[in-house]
Design a binder for this molecule. Structure first.
Ligand code: PFF
Length: 448
């Protein structure tokens, strides 16, 4: 018997779930760190352009594949296939996405576990348990395993409940919480000395830097990671959207939310760095590079929070809870990719499939933790710099070169009858066919 499929019960449910997938550590940790290490406002400008001009069209391709196929990534791509070769190719691309999502979750769960542990540290301090406070932010094996396990448990808990009762319900609760916390923290940072200098670095671009190859490549990579492309995730979320919905607008709304939250996160972190600097914390080396590199949120921010006295403990707790919430709405989407594949292709019951895959991914995480210095970087590079760009590119190739134009139009017309006369229809098919694959190929070749 075929497993029954879920569907998002409302438009806002889909928006929250897809934005929940897109908004995560990539926005709140990755984007500000990249901005700070790549020329501040120049990076922000390039990122905004690339997110709308390249990532959004590729995102639309993935959503459309899923909504057309009404199934997991492999089955959806196979439904578009006309020859045996296409079908095999579809399997490789879809399954590649599923594997990529699992690989990302295996290291993302560790990073998210750190966020949870940093949220617990201030609580331990408040209750006077300094030993616990030190232990939860130590890099010990036991601490990493424990917090990854806690985070994976939460992810499995949500996904076992399915689409409407799990993903949609929790994304609808967690996303508004995230946005509210972010805005409160921004308001707070701007009451402190040094924040305006940070604002200037964030918003005043040095135009001469915008065409630097490294900056372009980082911004494009960041935009693709942020929209969760090339992982089968947006295909499966697309398959849960009702045929009555206008995909073009939904996709644009999610992109807008994703980009806005990255922008807001920058508005918090970049000024916070300057506030910390004004308070004597070393942030930039003499050559202008970041002293803490990608560890920004774990070094600069806690020392900033410490200078805030008793209030700092509360701010630290709020910030790391915010990071954990953002990571959870992303990790549930990563787990849904492999789970939907196993449930639909192998007729396994959802709860069983979720627990089994959750345990498998947790075992992968522990393997990474056992040699974290080497493995974390290796798996992250493999999945995000190679896997994601290649699979996102192949999805665009599928839509642009294998799918019939008339069928694409028919699918787009569901919920959007006038799409044929829109600017979107005039530009997007051409974009997906030529520009997206070429641009992604450039990123890929660079990362080689
Ligand atoms: N978009 C998420 C972030 O910015 O943190 C990361 C992510 C989620 C990547 C889901 C891949 C994925 F399938």
């Amino acid at each position: 018997m075929a497993a029954s499929r879920g569907e998002f019960s409302s438009r806002i449910g889909f928006i929250m779930a897809a934005a929940g997938s897109a908004v995560g550590l990539g926005n709140i940790w990755g984007f500000p760190t990249q901005t700070a290490s790549n020329g501040g406002a120049a990076f922000v400008l390039v990122y905004l352009v690339l997110a709308f001009c390249l990532a959004y069209p590729a995102f639309m391709a993935e959503l459309l594949i899923g909504r057309y196929g009404q199934a997991n990534a492999v089955t959806s791509l196979q439904k578009m296939s006309r020859t045996l070769f296409h079908k095999r190719f579809a399997f490789l691309v879809g399954f590649g996405g599923v594997i990529c999502a699992a690989l990302i979750l295996s290291f993302y769960g560790i990073l998210a576990g750190w966020m949870v542990s940093y949220a617990i540290e201030p609580i331990a301090k408040v209750i006077g348990s300094d030993t616990t406070a030190t232990w939860v932010i130590s890099q010990s094996l036991a601490r990493n395993v424990l917090f990854t396990a806690i985070f994976m448990f939460l992810t499995v808990f949500v996904i076992r409940r399915g689409v409407e009762d799990g993903i949609e319900k929790w994304s609808k609760r967690l996303m508004p919480l995230l946005i509210t916390l972010l805005i409160i923290l921004i308001g707070y940072v701007f009451t402190l000395d040094g924040a305006t200098e940070g604002l200037n670095a964030y918003l005043n671009p040095d135009i001469s830097r915008v065409l630097e190859p490294d900056l372009l490549i980082s911004a494009l990579g960041q935009a693709f990671f942020s929209l969760s492309l090339g992982t089968s995730v947006m295909v499966i979320y697309g398959s849960y959207i009702s045929k009555k919905e206008n995909l073009v607008t939904l996709g644009a709304q999610v992109t807008l939310i994703d980009v806005s939250i990255a922008f807001l996160a920058g508005l918090l972190i970049i000024p916070a760095m300057y506030v910390a600097q004004a308070q004597g914390v070393a942030i930039f080396a003499e050559d202008g590079s970041l002293i803490s590199g990608s560890g920004l949120v774990f070094t600069v921010l806690p020392s900033l929070f410490e200078t805030m006295g008793g209030m700092g403990l509360f701010v630290a707790f709020a910030f790391f809870i915010l990071m954990s919430v953002a990571a959870l709405t992303s990790s549930i989407s990563m787990l849904e990719g492999p789970v939907s594949f196993v449930v639909e292709r192998h007729n396994v019951e959802r709860k069983k499939a979720t627990t089994f895959i959750g345990i498998l991914i947790f075992i992968m995480s522990t393997a990474i933790i056992s040699n974290i210095g080497v493995m974390l970087d290796f798996v992250a590079t493999l999945a995000t710099e190679y896997g994601q760009p290649i699979i996102a590119m192949l999805c665009c190739v599928f839509v642009g070169w294998i799918w019939h134009r008339s069928e694409i139009l028919k699918e787009l017309q569901e919920g959007n009858e006038t799409v044929e006369n829109s600017l979107f229809w005039k530009i997007w098919p051409w974009y997906t066919k030529f520009i997206c694959p070429t641009a992604i190929l450039i990123v890929f070749i660079h990362s080689l």
